[in-house]
Design a protein around this ligand. Structure first.
Ligand code: NI
Length: 168
């Protein structure tokens, strides 16, 4: 297993739309394991393949306290949604930034698991928010893009400066 490097906003590769996985094979399962390890190491509660520069429709999520609740979403679609909530979100690709965005309160999602088996899941609360956030990544969208242009440009310049300061 391997911890993969995570792309940071405003890297333009975060805007690439992921394509569906054609076959859930051993190479996909290896990627899923690496993504889970990367998410746990960060530490985070969700990671989309886009964030590790792989543009396939794969996301991993674990909102448990003890790494016991890994969920794998391959070719996921939200097929029903209802309600609206304000969620305070952060993102491994936008370190140090926490902002409120609007999300559906309840969703029903259809996806394949790491065995390639279809499943449906109904979610609310943190899990629902997390799924919406990760599926946005696969669509090329980072959560800060819901914010005002002014806030986005402040976040951009702060992260660019951080990257510059960190460079050797
Ligand atoms: Ni994120």
């Amino acid at each position: 297993m391997a911890v993969l490097p995570i792309l940071r906003f405003p890297n333009s590769r975060l805007h690439i739309k992921a394509t569906p996985v054609v076959a859930v094979d051993d190479s996909i399962r290896q990627l899923v394991r690496d993504m889970a390890e990367t998410m746990y190491a960060a530490p985070g509660i969700g990671l989309a393949a886009t964030q590790v520069d792989v543009h396939k429709q794969i996301a991993v999520i674990d909102t448990s306290d003890d790494h016991s609740g890994l969920l794998v979403f391959i070719n996921a679609r939200i097929i029903e949604r209802s309600g609206e909530c304000d969620s305070e979100e952060g993102c491994l690709s936008v370190p140090g930034v926490h902002e409120k965005v609007k999300r559906s309160e309840w969703i029903k999602v259809r996806a394949l698991n790491e065995k390639g088996e279809p499943f449906e899941l109904e979610a609310d609360g943190l899990l629902a928010v997390c799924i919406q956030h990760e599926l946005d990544h696969l669509d090329g969208k980072v959560f800060v893009e819901y914010l005002s242009r002014l806030k986005q440009s402040r976040i951009k310049s702060r992260l660019l400066k951080q990257a510059q300061d960190a460079a050797p």
